[in-house]
Design a binder for this molecule. Sequence first.
Ligand SMILES: *Cc1c(COP(=O)(O)O)cnc(C)c1O
Length: 390
Amino acid sequence: MNNGFDPFDHASLIVAHDEGNAFDAVVPPIVQTSLFTFKDYDDMVATYKGERVRPIYTRGLNPTVRMFEEMLAKLEGAEDAIGFASGMAAISSTVMSFVEPGDRIVAVNHVYPDAFRLFGTHLKRMKVEVTYVDGRDEEAVARALPGAKLFYMESPTSWVMDTHDVAALAKLAKQQGILTAIDNSWASPIFQQPISLGVDLVIHSASKYLGGHSDVVAGVVAGSKDLIGRIRSEAYPYLGGKLSPFDAWLLIRGLRTLPIRMKAHERSALTVAQRLQAHPLVETVCHPGLGNTLPPGLSGTSGLFSFIFRDGVDVRRFADHLDLFKLGVSWGGHESLIVPGEVVLSQKAQPNSAAAFGISPRSVRLHVGLEGTEALWSDLEAAMSAASSG
Ligand SMILES: *Cc1c(COP(=O)(O)O)cnc(C)c1O
């Protein structure tokens, strides 16, 4: 699988020695510049004509950004990758590179809410129709696919964490000649490598695990040279959602510890999920690692999951009694975080749909960070006992 690349072989993540470029610095430099100058007229003409590839302007090509793209492509087992200013820029630029008015996209249920909103607003205005299907139901997917241009996947899905047999779904789409894309932010390339499962394009919100330190908003798409080339030449320069050199540098730093961070998130979150499942106040835990075996395609689980309290638990008291777990969106960094479902459902953004997102008002989404399992569990236990004794 994946050209023999082992994501737990940390040496693979060390940036190659680059003599003469950065004073032999062990950390690659941030090429923090908007433009690059030319030696003379002929040099400029040759570059404009495409006779040589070199940076002209950072919206097009920047060495620090390129270094991140190459590292990520390698991690995903892809030929190429392209960095964006946010995960949403990666999603919108990818989708808009491949659809035209009159096209139809099939998407799985419970995709990331802002992707759902992009599909229901801008794409709708562009006369691109998006139909949703339960990705767990392969027959339903097979029925929905014919005639579609793009199959948009996410597994596990946002909030409810439905998992799909990604290889089987990608095969169904391939049989119909339909392009496939997947949001792989949750698993990261450490625990799921969709290219090896037959998916064409792999999208990340790099703001989450790839960055890993809650200090960058960024996105990236990996895939074949052809498909990434199309995004690079069509949507990327004109929609302009470019990853910045400094953010790329933070991502390069983040990637170096990605394997060990993911292992630590996995261990802590699984322990917390198992204990929640056994807790009398908890009705259901939505975590893909609680079965006897992992869902197909996943080789591990990350730190994000949700659970649903039994009736009568005071979610507000629970939230306000937490000390280590902070109330906050996003995830993937050191910090443990919660988002109560009823808060998301009260959000002003449109369209806002409990049914589309699968969010129960008694649910809580947890990101289990790196603070230490026992301290985090004590925090949750104390808050739960406060929430039930009200
Ligand atoms: C956060 C997130 C996104 C959007 O990424 P941004 O970097 O915030 O634009 C997309 N998909 C998933 C699953 C996410 O969690």
